[in-house]
Design a protein around this ligand. Structure first.
Ligand code: GSH
Length: 215
């Protein structure tokens, strides 16, 4: 398996983290987002979306972190990280969708603008709109949603760690890079600490240093 990823991409990190927790070692291929390699051949030829991560496993090409998490967990997770039962799968999917919507358009976008100086999610480089204000509103709302859930449960779905936690974790934990404080959310902070205690956990730039800035 080849994993096309970028070190500071939280969506790439989700996949690297799950692989580390499962003891799976894909061949890593770096795609430098700083050099715009994601929009140039050869990468753009197999991912017209111009985004990392991408997983290649033989003939199979997967171009989205949620799809890749599901595939790796289904293949290597012994039914723990991605369950076999369809109702349980749906409970995990609730959070994969949350990661791709609330989290992506909230804390992800705030971090991209504050720490990397770029608009995200297809906005042009010279976009002058209220992207940061909107991202901050969504970021805080998503943290309130998580705080309510995690006040009464240790993990997001199924009472144990699953790819639901892996999908939501990176950008929530990196929220301070987008000038979103985690201080008002003690249950979220405790959940972040629980994930960091999982055997095999690996980190990424910014997770241990809230003042880390690329821009
Ligand atoms: N829905 C995609 C989003 C992936 C994504 O946002 N990738 C970012 C890095 S974390 C990217 O490659 N951006 C490049 C660009 O926008 O030019 C997923 O979950 O994999």
């Amino acid at each position: 398996m080849q994993l096309y990823s970028f070190e500071e991409s939280g969506n790439s990190y989700k996949v690297r983290l799950l692989c580390a927790l499962l003891g799976v070692a894909p061949e890593l291929r770096n795609v430098s987002l700083l050099d715009d390699e994601q929009h140039q051949p050869p990468f753009i030829d197999f991912n017209p979306r111009g985004e990392v991560p991408v997983l290649v496993d033989g003939e199979l090409v997967l171009r989205d972190s949620s799809a890749i998490l599901l595939y790796i967990a289904g293949k290597h997770g012994n039914g723990l990280w991605w369950p076999a039962d369809v109702a349980r799968q749906a409970k995990v999917m609730e959070w994969l969708a949350f990661a791709a919507s609330w989290v992506q358009y909230g804390v992800f976008t705030a971090r991209a603008l504050v720490s990397f100086g770029i608009p995200a999610n297809g906005l042009p480089a010279d976009f002058q709109g209220e992207a940061l204000a909107a991202a901050h509103i969504r970021a805080r709302r998503s943290l309130e949603i998580l705080e309510t859930e995690l006040a009464t449960q240790a993990w997001l779905a199924l009472g144990r760690p699953t790819i639901a936690d892996i999908a939501v974790f990176p950008y929530i934990a990196l929220a301070p890079m987008g000038e979103v404080s985690l201080t008002p959310y003690p249950a979220v902070r405790a959940w972040i600490d629980r994930i960091k205690q999982l055997p095999g956990f690996v980190s990424m730039p910014g997770l241990e240093d809230p003042m880390y800035r690329r821009a």
